[in-house]
Design a protein around this ligand. Sequence first.
Ligand SMILES: C[S@@+](CC[C@H](N)C(=O)[O-])C[C@H]1O[C@@H](n2cnc3c(N)ncnc32)[C@H](O)[C@@H]1O
Length: 252
Amino acid sequence: MTEKVRAFLSDTDEYRIAFETFLANTDQKVKARAWMDAQILQLPDTQLLVDAGAGNGELTKYLDDRFDSVIAIDPNPYLLEDLKVDCPDAKTIEGGILAADVPPQSASLVVCSHVFYYIPPESWLDNLAQIAAWIRPGGRAWIILQCADTDCMRMRHFFDEQTFSLHPLREAFVAQHGDKFTATMHSIDSFITTKNLKDAYAIAEFMLNMLPLVSPPLQADLENYVEQYFAVSPTSYRFSCTQNVLELTRKD
Ligand SMILES: C[S@@+](CC[C@H](N)C(=O)[O-])C[C@H]1O[C@@H](n2cnc3c(N)ncnc32)[C@H](O)[C@@H]1O
């Protein structure tokens, strides 16, 4: 195999099919939802949910009937159209987090799930401060990203692709806003488990394509990597995709 790994963008059929393979072989979404279900019970009220970077509304739809009202923010108008089908009562704001006009201190919960990958690191703190400004007293925000030390992120690092960590962001935020907010890091253990190399390879390729691939490796090198690090047996491949949740709570 002298061919390179495919590079595909998030609005393509290749990405959609790879994402479906990921969803069919991971416990990541089920675990995250169970975690959220338990945490929502701890909120002092459930007046307003803000979903920042809501995409097509898969998660919004799961959460929206627990809240009196919902605001969904996303720069992609086509995804917001899909969201409107499942969440017709949600108010949608087309644009990025920094430009979104959400009333200050109005949100019982802000969810920002798997969005910060797409925000330049130098803007992370401004985006987090904007999200924090929307939280009402006692309310919370959850910034969710894959942990820096998962098998998937180690693979991205090995192939010289960008990796991410919420820990420095938490520290920078506390230094500036620690008088008004607590900032706690949680992790939700999750794995990808497949029965064959083909699916493990497809998901590894998907993880390399989270952002536009900078330097696609040879397919043979990715396959070797999957065999070396993810194979448990010829009929079992297992690799971690644990998520971090940076939870902000506005002090009363
Ligand atoms: C991987 S999807 C996550 C969708 C959903 N939150 C979830 O967890 O399933 C990332 C979304 O972030 C959106 N996005 C990218 N940059 C953004 C920004 N600056 N502000 C808000 N959303 C953004 C993209 O349009 C995309 O819909």
